[in-house]
Each structure stands twice: as C-alpha cells, then as structure tokens.
Design a protein around this ligand. Sequence first.
Ligand SMILES: Nc1ncnc2c1ncn2[C@@H]1O[C@H](COP(=O)(O)OP(=O)(O)OP(=O)(O)O)[C@@H](O)[C@H]1O
Ligand SMILES: [Mg+2]
Length: 247
Amino acid sequence: MSTPLLQTKDLQLAFGAVVVADHIDFSLAEGERLAVIGQNGAGKTTFINICTGLIRPQAGKVYFEGHDVTNLAPRAIALRGMVRSFQLPQLFAEHTVRDCIRIAAAGKQGGLGLWTPLEKAVPAEAVEHVLEMVGLAARGDELSAALPEGQRKLLDIAMALILKPRLLILDEPTSGVSTDEKHGLMKTIMAALDEQKVTAIFVEHDVDIVSQYATRVAAWIAGRIAADGTPAQVLADPEVRKNVIGE
Ligand SMILES: Nc1ncnc2c1ncn2[C@@H]1O[C@H](COP(=O)(O)OP(=O)(O)OP(=O)(O)O)[C@@H](O)[C@H]1O
Ligand SMILES: [Mg+2]
C-alpha cells in the first residue's frame, strides 16, 4: 500500500472539559476529495488547526507524506505542501487582489527582500495563472477588501494555490455565500484543484454540496469521527442523520 498523503494517529485534545479531538485516527490518499461535516463545535476546525500546525495536540501524531509533522510550525508544514484556507478569508485588506497573491507567494520564498519591488519578487505568469483559474483576472487591480464574499473566498484559495500545495484544506469555502452562488463557487474551486492535481479536504455544512463534490465524507461528532465512507454511506448513517444533519 502506498503511503497516505495525510495521516493522524490517536490525536487527542481537550479544552478544559470539552474534548475536541477524541483519539482521531485518520488517513487520506492522494486524489481524494474529502468533505468534513459536523455540527458547530464538533471539532472540524480544530482538526485542521492540528494538522496544519496551528495548535499542538495533547497526544498523537500527524504525518504528511509519511513524515512526522506534529511539532512543525505552520509555515514549515505549508512549505511541505499542506496548505489551508480559513473559515473567514485572511486577506491583506489594503492591498490589491494581485498583490495579495504576490505577498502569499513571496512568503514561500522566504519573505520579501527589503529592496525588491513586490511585482518583481514573484513571476508574473504564475500570478496571472492563478487569477485566471479562480476567475479573478479582471479584478486584479481592485482592493481585496472591495470584493464580495464569494470572490474573497476565491482569492483566499488563489493565495493558497500559488504555493503549489499537494493537499489543500478548505475550511467552509462556501460559508457566507448565497445558496445560488455556492455551486458556481465549488465548480470553480474543483476545476482549479483538478488542473493543479491537488488533493483536497473541505469542511461543508450543505448536504447538496457534499453529495455533489466529495468522493468521501467524514462526519465529526464531539471530537470523534463518527462515520467515514462514500457520501451515500455517510449521509445515510443513522447517527449522522440524527446528530449532524439534524433529522
Ligand atoms: N483555542 C480554543 N480555546 C478554547 N476552546 C476552543 C478553542 N478553539 C476551539 N475551542 C472550542 O472547541 C470546540 C470545537 O471548535 P471548532 O472550532 O473546532 O468547531 P467546528 O467544528 O469547526 O465548528 P464550526 O462549524 O462552528 O466552525 C468548540 O466548543 C470551541 O468553542
Ligand atoms: Mg469551524
């Protein structure tokens, strides 16, 4: 069997009496499109935070491509190819869309030299290419703060894609976006992931989006993975229907 792209072994974390990671054993293969579902507070974001080095688990390990990354800093993990986006996009508000991508890319190269202009620090073709992939080519000169939420989400993802990740973890890419816009947003994201051959995990509350775009679903209940399988299997699971979907 080939090495999993991402693997966790017996992750444990509690905030006081609240258990947010309850012995999580998890494995993800290259090419998967995993949806993570679960009610508010189930521990979805915490799981992402642990995998990407933002929070240390109290016990357990995280492996990326077979290497133990449990105690690495977020930046070191991103450099290895595990990159995430945030539930609320983390943009550089006073900068243009194009500069946000340049700044994200420059971070990977070890930061900006004091005397290097931003537009020279990062290859222009690479910047334009990610802008095109997420459909923001026409808005490159606008301030990121001026974008509507759906495009802010796409910019956040473009800032992740410029880092050429192997695994992209998206924390609620469609939150804050109208139901009508969600499918367009997901189609754009999925096409970009396909083009760059990026494996992906995305947290999502909308069951329609999950069934349509995920190849696999993992359901979180109170810090543990209560069900893990195909969308059809997991969305039909009685415990998931009762505690996650809320029927
Ligand atoms: N740094 C922290 N200190 C204390 N408690 C925290 C911290 N981070 C998260 N929590 C708590 O841990 C639990 C899990 O939070 P988490 O953000 O992982 O949930 P989630 O599944 O992502 O929920 P949502 O769907 O609302 O985003 C919640 O009860 C939250 O209040
Ligand atoms: Mg969350």
